[in-house]
Design a protein around this ligand. Structure first.
Ligand code: ATP
Length: 503
């Protein structure tokens, strides 16, 4: 809900996770900076993904391709012609909308209206009343639903010029049926390309127009044969990559969920044509398992299979996560056929084929892709972890229950008091642990306040040095989630922490 989402955003700022970009100049819309803790969390998520995808698979290797690519890449990939959002302006309010998002907003409003009617009717008719029946027997509602579905599905496949007038007409009708914007004067719907353009080269006449990559995948496709040959890879094999991508998003209203500069973690799995459904199922399961391994609650994930497919895909599903604003796409799994490699063959004039020794034949491989937004994963982890707990003594505590493996700081070392030689012992523990973990030292304020600060920061362990430590070489270790404390030998600390934070 809205409140929870606001808390997430303010907590992310207060505890040094995410800042608005260029804040002193009032920020830049849909662009964010990761702060001291955020950068660590983001790196840990990236490493967790990389380890699962690259290190754990002897047939998957990682690359790091450039953000700039030859401009023909984007002709071949279809992004120059078809990477568009349909936009519409309201002449009265001078506001600009993404047509599909606007239609979805109308749908949500109509749904809410229907729910109200249903509730009323249910009161009147009791349990025998049925929502589906009500909708399907109400001709006006049915009419809207059918047209909306049809138009949204055409949008998913990228709209033709003649569709755009239809979209405008639908928006005009919906505005009358269910006012949202309050004004009725609309411009035509225009296609707006989402790629950022830039130039390379110093002199105007020799400058080359380039795009900032809108996805990392193409860097993998154009390197497919280089990697296959130099790595002597045998099909099936994968190439993984993490890196920045850029999209000139119009509707940017959900914090780091939809950014103009973001990071993707993608893996393209090259397979034999005809085996794509097997691998589609395989990667659906493997990726869901990866998510489950973080222990953030199975009920917060679901698959959303696509019935409308992009031009390059023959099967696609999203892994959706329950964000504070509802279930939304977190990761996409796409069976991309040989579309990309074939396009690059055509535009480059080079063969991108694989010689299969078993079949004694060459073919252009099919591709199964897994693609997850690092920033979206960050938001999923962060928003899911932030909880307010009622404690027994009628107080509350704010705790960021990050999976220990992802937490920016694994342990805080706290001398009980700032004297009697305790800081020196605590410093020594800090200096020993820092070789293995990102740890912090804190001696300011009462120890209870320091515990709360570390709870809110997501630190899984607090290690307290007290006067007894000087005699028995033991410290108190406190667990963030249970608040349980136990006394352990200093020499056992590394093993205890490792057990929780290593995968
Ligand atoms: P959406 O429908 O939300 O715009 P998409 O279907 O265009 O996403 P893909 O092109 O499949 O997304 O990109 C793969 C992943 O990259 C998405 O699942 C998402 O996690 C991430 N992603 C895409 N666009 C953005 C963005 N603007 N900001 C942050 N992450 C993004």
């Amino acid at each position: 809900n809205d409140d929870q989402f606001k808390k997430v955003i303010s907590h992310a700022k207060e505890y040094g996770y995410v800042f608005q970009s260029s804040e002193i100049y009032d920020g830049l819309s849909a662009v964010y900076d990761y702060a001291q803790n955020g950068a660590e969390l983001k790196k840990n998520i990236r490493d967790y993904w990389w380890k699962a995808m690259v290190q754990m698979h002897d047939n998957i290797v990682g690359i790091d391709a450039s953000i700039f690519m030859h401009p023909t890449t984007w002709k071949a990939s279809g992004h120059v012609d078809a990477f568009n959002d349909p936009l519409i302006d309201n002449k009265d309010s001078k506001k600009r909308y993404r047509a599909d998002v606007l239609i979805e907003d109308y749908c949500a409003k109509i749904e809410a209206k229907i729910d109200k009617e249903v509730a009323k009717a249910q009161k009147r008719f009791g349990d025998s009343f049925n929502k589906e029946e009500f909708i399907s027997t109400n001709p006006r509602v049915v009419g809207y639903y059918e047209r909306i579905q049809e138009i949204l599905s055409r949008m998913g496949k990228s709209l033709e010029a003649e569709d755009l007038a239809d979209v405008k007409a639908l928006i005009e009708e919906l505005e009358i049926a269910c006012p949202l914007s309050g004004s009725r004067e609309w411009t035509e719907v225009k296609q707006f390309n989402l790629m950022f353009g830039t130039k390379i080269g110093a002199s105007a006449e020799h400058a080359l127009d380039l795009y900032l990559r809108p996805e990392t995948a193409q860097g993998i496709f154009v390197n497919f044969l280089n990697v296959q040959k130099t790595g002597r890879m045998k099909i099936p094999f994968g190439i993984a990559q993490t890196g920045k991508a850029f999209r000139n998003e119009i509707v940017a209203r959900q914090f780091i969920f939809r950014m103009r500069e973001f990071e993707q973690m993608e893996m393209q799995y090259f397979i034999k044509p005809g085996t794509q459904m097997k691998w589609f199922e395989y990667w659906k399961e493997a990726r869901m398992k990866w998510h489950m391994s973080l222990g953030m609650g199975a009920e917060n994930y679901r698959f959303h299979d696509h019935d409308k497919l992009a031009h390059y895909a023959d099967a696609a599903t999203d892994i959706e996560f329950k964000f504070p604003f509802g279930f939304k796409e977190l990761e996409g799994i796409h069976s991309r056929t040989d579309f990309d490699l074939k396009q690059h063959e055509e535009f480059s004039g080079k063969k991108l084929q694989y010689f299969d020794h078993e079949d004694n034949a060459s073919y252009t491989p099919y591709v199964l892709e897994t693609s997850i937004g690092l920033d979206r994963m960050f938001l999923a982890v962060f928003s899911n972890s932030l909880v307010e707990e009622e404690l027994e003594n009628n107080t509350t505590r704010t705790v960021l229950k990050l999976p220990a493996v992802l937490a920016p700081v694994k342990a805080a070392i706290l001398p009980l008091v700032k004297k009697d030689g305790l800081p020196e012992v605590a410093r020594q523990i800090f200096d020993d642990l820092k070789w293995d973990f990102n740890v912090t030292y804190d001696e300011k304020d009462a120890v209870g306040r320091r515990y709360r600060r570390q709870d809110a920061n997501g630190t899984p362990f607090c290690i307290t040095v007290d006067h007894d430590t000087l005699d028995d070489q033991m410290v108190t270790i406190r667990h963030r989630d249970t608040m349980e404390q136990s006394r352990v030998n200093i020499s056992d600390l590394t093993a205890i922490i490792k057990k929780e934070v290593d995968v």
